[in-house]
Structure formats: C-alpha cells, structure tokens
Ligand binder design. Sequence first.
Ligand code: A3P
Length: 323
Amino acid sequence: GEEQTPKQSGEFDDLISTLPLDEGLVPIRLRQYQGVWIPEYFLGGIIAVRQRFTARPDDLLLVSYPKSGTTWLKALAFAIMTRIQHPLAHHPLLSLNPHQCVEYLDSLFFDGQQSMVEALPSPRIFSSHTTYSLLSDSIKGSGCRIIYICRDPKDVIVSRWHFNAKMSSKAAKEPIPLTKTFEMFCEGVCPFGLIWDHALGYWKESLRRPDKVLFLKYEELMEEPVAKVKRMAEFMGCPFSPDEEKEGMVEEVIRLCSFEKLSNLEINTTGVMNSIVPTAPPTFAFFFRKGKVGDWKSHLSPEMAQRLDEITQEKLEGSGLTL
Ligand code: A3P
C-alpha cells in the first residue's frame, strides 16, 4: 500500500539545501547544522521550534540521543503523568505507540501543527533528540522540566545499526555494513552527532539545575526501575502517594511500559509511524528489538568495543559522567 506523505512546509528548504550533506547512512540524509549532523527531515522542525516555540514553565520535555531508550522513556513519563485520568487497565498505551502518546516537538512544528501545540492544555509533554546547544532559548529560559535518557554507546551503535538495516530494507536499499556505521558513529556523522557531546550537554545542565533537568541511564532504569520511576514522578511534580505505592501502582506502571508488554501489542507489531522519514516511514516494530543491556557483545569485535570505551573515557574525563 501507498503510505501517506506528511505535509512538508518547505519553509526552510532554501537554508537547508545550503548545509553540508552526507548520504552515507541511506535512506537517512544528514545535514550539518551548527556543527551537529541532523536528519534532514527533522531540521525544518528544529529551526521552526528555535524561532517560534513558546515554552511554558510546566511543559515536560523528554530528550534522548536516538536508540538510547526514547520509546521506553516516553511510555514511562506518559503513564506516570496520566495515571489518574487513565486507569492502567484501559490505558492509551495499550492501543497507541508511545511515539503517538508523546510526539516530537520538532515534527509537530514541521507538520504545520504549531497552532495545535499552542492550544494544548497544560501540562504538555513533548520529546526531542536535539542537542542542548540547539535547544531553543525559550525552552532553556522557561524553567520547564527536561528528562534526559542516555545509554552505553556500545549498545546504542548496535541498536542504530539494526534500525538502519530495517529502514534500508523498507526503502529497498542495500544495508550498510556495521563497520561503516560504526566509523560514522565514532566520527559523529550520525543522527544528532557525537553521542558523548550530546550526553555531556544535558549532564552539565543537570548538575547546574538538578530541579529542572533529570539525567537517567537506560542501564539504571533496567536495574532499579522502582527507584527510578518514583524519582521520575517526584521530579515531574506528581509523586506516587503512599496509598498508590501500597497498591502496587509503581510496579504496574513498570509492567505496562515493559518491553515484553509493549512489544507484543498489536499497534507495536503492525502500526506505521508517520511524520518522520517521509520517504520510508518506520513501522513501530522497528522501535522494539531486544531491549537488553549488553547486546553489543554479540555484535561488536573486542577491538570495536575497546575503541568506543577509549573514546568514552577520553570524552567524559573529569565530567563525573560515566557511560
Ligand atoms: P535494542 O535495539 O538494543 O533492542 P529508541 O526508543 O531510543 O529508538 O531506542 C530503541 C531501543 O530501546 C531498542 O534497543 C529497543 O529494543 C529498546 N526498547 C524499546 N522499548 C523498550 C522498553 N519498553 N523497555 C526497554 N527497552 C526498550
């Protein structure tokens, strides 16, 4: 069947067409904007948000480097925030993909849905992959809350490579070898640039403004989900009450948002995402692969793993952040 092509404003096409282009990750076209490689289909929205988005102090923004656990974070934050309106047994997450529950702010602006965004009641919840450096001044200055999730770069590159392979096959293109994807990842010629710089931007801000920027790790969320979900709810200003805790609400949220639960729902096995990658919209199933810590061991050579670890150590030295 033919997929719908989302409406494209084309507003910034002239500017975007002058930016450095890299097509090494077909079908994803990357443009270098202010030093960061960004998928072309996200860029118009990112620029529009920087120019026109007015953040509210009670907005919640979920940010990640792609393949770090965005889908999981969206599900958890959305379930936590809406647990009163939506009893978990009949929750929207059972029939919608997490990306439909929490949309990319940049895609909404790109899609010409700015007035819809402005009309949404508070508290609004959005997501973005943008670097801290490219985040709009309105977001930085509004005092709105940001939750950031990061992940071991070795698992991120493996996840990225599998995702790209599925995208390539959907676009009827040859898959890119892991070795090449790996090189591009190390050089930051990858969606949203160098993973280390991306994480450091939000890490530093979380140290400077801990009440406004919560920094999470995929591995920690796996290891101690109860503590982290309670922390998220406190940070979001809607802590679990003693009664909710006694009734097992925290565990229920975790179960609803688990890889096992979500990946088996019909929407997440057959649904198609629109509005990102207009030329080859991913199916929601692409966002659920293994959902494990340490799957890199089955894919990266010891040399590749060591090289990434060395870059991680060098890049993060003195920051207090470990990945
Ligand atoms: P793997 O490819 O290692 O399995 P993103 O959501 O940022 O695109 O990241 C996708 C990665 O998160 C994939 O990793 C995917 O399987 C994993 N993932 C998706 N939903 C998850 C969930 N509910 N719990 C844990 N991991 C999840």
